[in-house]
Ligand binder design. Sequence first.
Ligand code: ADP
Length: 250
Amino acid sequence: MLSIEQVGRRFAPGKAGATEALRDVSLRIVRGDFVALLGPSGCGKSTLLRLIAGLDQPDSGRLVWDQAPAPGEIGFVFQDSTLLPWASAAENVFLPLRLRGVARATAKNDVWAALARVGLAGFEQALPRELSGGMRMRVSIARALVTRPRVLLMDEPFAALDEFTRHRLQADLLALWLELGCTVVFVTHSIYEAAFLARRVVMMTPRPGQIGQEIRSPLWAERTRVDPAYTALVAEIGAAMDAAMVAADA
Ligand code: ADP
């Protein structure tokens, strides 16, 4: 679906000098896959995600799509739910459709269906401050899904949530991915999260960000955290991550 070819991104010099965020990054993303980009803070994961989203341009290399995504075909979910505080859940989910000129009455069914899909039926009129952190993130996911994206880009969406809520949302996200069949690229610095969610775990090395080892998950569909295959995967990713850090320090 997408071929990322020898992409580099360098940010203009600031007080701390220029930052080479990505160097020679090559990665192919296959339609329908669930890819976790895993690496320590500052290794360029968000930068890569923004390049995929078309929110930023590489300084070298290129991104080649089989079929260029139309507006609305890429959904983006950030770490913060970024909801309009004065607008109801339904109004927040309606926003991307409204920006594309869709009338409120036309959009209503899609908006309510998107909220129901993330478990928020009955909360359409609630304001963000009336919702828990997990529910706000669900609204944010519904807002990304309402345009029926082919690709869902998620930048540490659950990082600010408590462990209980995080586990619940991870399980629900997996169910959604199976139901919708879209491609997910999920940025995280959590080995456990990457192991639980992804079919492909792509590790990134510390700055300048480069693609390191890739580990394919043996898990499919119904996953539990007590599955020995899951714990073995956590151990394998952890060991690979340690080896990458040692290599980077050397
Ligand atoms: P990660 O998502 O892995 O934590 P980022 O992609 O956010 O990493 O950042 C990679 C590096 O690029 C960091 O050193 C960061 O400070 C720098 N960086 C990111 N965006 C910008 C920007 N707009 N201007 C300058 N430097 C940036």
